[in-house]
Design a protein around this ligand. Structure first.
Ligand SMILES: [Zn+2]
Length: 161
């Protein structure tokens, strides 16, 4: 379905998550999530090499999400440290750390934060192996956009071409 190849066709299991909204009951009660039922799961026939690309993409996506979380935690921590150890106000426990070191650390963490944005952008928008670029399931209906197509079409229509 993706590249047009009809060799070694396999079923690819795809899920488009539902859109969600969160409702807060009150200031003290945790919010709950409403699933709007907009997504869905389904099987799409693709060739084995596309299937391999998709599964590799999932691995890279998982690794990058982990990295992005670590980078942003580091960045938040350094930002906090920078604020509490500002040039004038020396916080207890931070007296021994030169302010310049904190500034350099913050600079490094900022660079990591920017790198993580680039990784996120690449994985989600640039990478041609992102299955979400080719398959969308909306309210249980499978739409596909094979390579060379400019519009989304129903999987059923594509199979009848
Ligand atoms: Zn293919």
């Amino acid at each position: 379905m993706r590249c047009g190849s009809e060799e070694n066709i396999e079923d690819y299991h795809h899920t488009t998550p539902d859109l969600q909204t969160s409702k807060r009951i009150s200031r003290h009660v945790r919010s709950y999530t409403i699933y709007k039922g907009t997504g869905g799961t389904g099987h799409v026939p693709i060739c084995s090499s596309c299937k391999k690309e998709f599964s590799n993409w999932k691995i890279y996506n998982g690794i990058s999400l982990g990295l992005i979380i670590v980078f942003w935690l580091f960045f938040s921590f350094m930002l906090l440290l920078l604020m509490i150890a500002g040039p004038g106000s020396i916080a207890p426990g931070l007296e021994d750390i030169p302010f310049e070191s904190i500034q350099i650390g913050f600079g490094i963490s900022l660079a990591f934060a920017i790198i993580s944005i680039i990784i996120f952008f690449y994985i989600n928008y640039v990478s041609k192996s992102n299955p979400k670029k080719y398959i969308i399931i909306s309210k249980g209906i499978i739409l596909v956009k094979p390579i060379g197509f400019s519009n989304w079409i129903f999987l059923q229509d594509f199979q009848n071409l």
